[in-house]
Design a protein around this ligand. Structure first.
Ligand SMILES: *[C@@H]1O[C@H](CO)[C@@H](O)[C@H](O)[C@H]1NC(C)=O
Length: 312
């Protein structure tokens, strides 16, 4: 019996996966409240195991979500804004959010993604897009207050467009038949990435641990960069002026040791053994900046999968 338990324990540990509760059995047919099944312990576990070098993002997200899901009557929708250099994990983290907040994960009908290139490609149609976007948000919120809206590449969104959703982000709007304050909005962009990189570089040069970087070290610089960017979807936006964003989630640039983790994890997913030679070659082949010191990866973990194929 004891041996069996030890074996079970070893199996659980040995798989290297996060321990997740079995899916909650839901009997409210097709209800959206039913589709919203936050498991924040699993989220935290997944973030700490599979997202490398992002202590701020992990802390901020878990903290904000704990507060938000603890009540049935939030005072306003949860509005998150992800910032950071490319390849630092923003898209991956957004997919983990969806996975651990919704029963059906990325297939959930209550999760809506918008990409400027896909949904709003032509600047001359911006008035039409405004109409569409407003209708979509309103329609989806009426169908389900526990909806999540993800806006990718905000730095490529036509300025002015996003303001049509500003009323949905505040605390005093009325959406007929729906408590829209239960919704979650996530904005993702690379802007502020350079400012974050500079802070991280200064910490590195000062021989300080990256885990010592605090939110207050990066947020003012991120806000400044976003406000100054005339191409950004938030240019002169009410969303910024009315402080509708609840949490700025910064993603730090990645060190070579984080890239090594990415390579190993990618190899594991491909079903291959992590041969140290290969891990080393791939990690070493990336471009690092500043050029002479080679501190951070210029593309984060983005090109890792491609490079593995190249070295194989
Ligand atoms: C919900 O949003 C999607 C876009 O993601 C849109 O196609 C759909 O029509 C919306 N649903 C409603 C009921 O408005």
């Amino acid at each position: 019996m004891a041996g069996g338990l030890v074996l079970l324990f070893l199996l659980l540990v040995g798989t290297g996966r996060c321990w997740e509760l079995p899916a909650f059995h839901c009997n409210l047919y097709n209800s959206c409240e039913c589709g919203f099944r936050p498991d924040l312990n699993a989220l935290d576990c997944d973030l700490s195991r599979n997202v490398f070098g992002q202590h701020l993002a992990r802390e901020q997200l878990v903290k904000a979500l704990k507060v938000f899901v603890a009540t049935d009557r939030p005072s306003k929708p949860l509005v998150l804004s992800f910032h950071g250099w490319s390849g630092t994990g923003k898209t991956f983290v957004s997919s983990l959010l969806v996975k651990h907040l919704y029963r059906d994960g990325n297939r959930s009908p209550y999760v809506h993604r918008f990409s400027p290139i896909l949904h709003f490609p032509h600047a001359q149609n911006v008035n039409q897009y405004k109409e569409d976007l407003k209708q979509w948000i309103q329609g989806n919120l009426t169908a389900c207050s526990r909806s999540m809206f993800l806006f990718e590449e905000m730095d490529k969104m036509h300025p002015g467009l996003i303001d049509v959703i500003a009323p949905f982000l505040g605390s005093s709007w009325v959406v007929f038949g729906s408590n829209y304050k239960k919704a979650i909005f996530v904005f993702v962009s690379n802007s502020g990435g350079e400012a974050i990189n500079n802070v991280a570089l200064n910490f590195w040069r000062g021989h300080k641990d990256r885990e010592e970087i605090q939110l207050s070290d990066v947020v003012p610089a991120i806000t400044k960069a976003v406000v100054a960017d005339q191409e950004h979807g938030f240019w002169q936006s009410e969303i910024i002026e009315q402080n509708l964003i609840d949490v700025i989630v910064p993603f730090l640039p990645l060190r070579p040791n984080h890239v090594r983790y990415c390579v190993r994890s990618e190899l594991e997913q491909m079903g291959l053994a992590s041969e140290e030679d290969l891990v080393h070659s791939v990690t070493d082949s990336l471009v690092y900046f500043p050029e002479d010191e080679r501190v951070f990866s210029s593309t984060g973990c983005k090109t890792v999968a491609f490079r593995i194929n190249y070295y194989l």
